[in-house]
Design a protein around this ligand. Structure first.
Ligand code: NDP
Length: 280
């Protein structure tokens, strides 16, 4: 029997992860299975424990279970502790280790795939949910002049900024306080794009030198990417690369081998472009 991996989520049918891990496994010659495991919040804990008791080797975890997964595992990596959320579990010697590879995936996409370089950038992080939290330490590793977190519910941004204050220069605020401030990099970690919306931030945060990055991805431009392009941003990128890079980090944790992400990212982008062209 090949080692068994799953993705826990609710809903999960739309996920690209089986495609990504299938390509990684073929590329690296790994004998493994990877399937979707849809489970509602009230069943997640029992289902996950049953999967691992039954010999499951590892799992990815997506919405809405990332926080519950942090409570489920026996041990957390440092980055999972900082994110207070788990998106990857590996079972070793009957012990469950929880990791969070989202932030590393974001950083790898920005610096390795997109080859973005800054000296003391001014960074704006939109959102204060799980993905934003996981991005804090990786974004601070870019040694920004300032990292501003802004959120629709402002007190969540302020609380997050306070929590990470020891790691670097951070401020938290509401969207309206961003007026007349410019940024080198804006990362959209809100889920607004999933509903075709854009966070209500002042448009002058973007100019022709700004790179805008949406963690969300989809067929065609996300709402945030389209908005950034309309405002003349230097670059506007969706989160496909983050998706593939966080998966590569998980794969390495499970299998001890680093897959080549470039062909997988190319294949995903081609599929997304085809989906955008075909009538719905
Ligand atoms: P959460 O539900 O934890 O957080 C959602 C955040 O979005 C909150 O800050 C919320 O603000 C904000 N928000 C929601 N709707 C709007 C809106 N209309 N306008 C402004 N703000 C809004 O989600 P996650 O943090 O887990 O995920 C965020 C995004 O990141 C999703 O699009 C997800 O798909 C993406 N993601 C991508 C990954 C990748 O690999 N590319 C990996 C992980 C996440 P409030 O506090 O006011 O409710």
């Amino acid at each position: 029997m090949p080692d068994a991996y799953v993705l826990f989520g609710f809903p999960v049918h739309h996920s690209w992860s089986p495609f990504i891990h299938g390509m990684f496994a073929r590329q690296t010659g790994q004998e493994m299975s990877y399937r979707l495991f849809e489970t509602p919040p009230e069943r997640f804990r029992n289902d996950a424990l049953a999967f691992f008791t039954g010999g499951g080797a590892g799992a990815n975890v997506t919405l809405p279970h990332k926080r519950a997964a942090a409570d489920l595992v026996n041990e957390l990596t440092r980055r999972a502790q900082l994110a207070d959320a788990v998106n990857t579990i590996v079972c070793r010697d009957e012990c469950l280790l929880g990791d969070n590879t989202d932030g590393a995936g974001l950083l790898a996409d920005l610096t390795q795939n997109l080859k973005l370089r800054w000296s003391s950038p001014r960074i704006l992080l939109l959102g204060a949910g799980g993905a934003a939290r996981g991005a804090m330490a990786p974004l601070l590793s870019l040694e920004p002049e300032l990292l501003v977190i802004a959120n629709r519910t402002a007190h969540r941004a302020v609380a997050l900024a306070r929590e990470f204050a020891e790691l670097g220069p951070i401020a938290g605020c509401e969207f309206s306080k961003l007026e007349h401030r410019r940024f080198d990099l804006i990362v959209n970690a809100t889920s607004a794009s999933l509903h075709g919306d854009v966070p209500l931030v002042p448009i002058d945060v973007v100019d022709s030198t700004t790179t805008c990055y949406d963690m969300a991805y989809g067929a065609g431009d996300t709402a945030f990417v389209a908005w950034a392009k309309r405002l003349g941003a230097a670059r506007a990128e969706p989160g496909w690369g983050m998706l593939v890079e966080q998966a590569a980090e998980a794969f390495q944790l499970w299998r001890g081998i680093r897959p080549d992400t470039a062909p997988v990212l190319d294949a995903l982008r081609r599929r997304a472009a085809t989906a955008a062209r075909s009538p719905s």
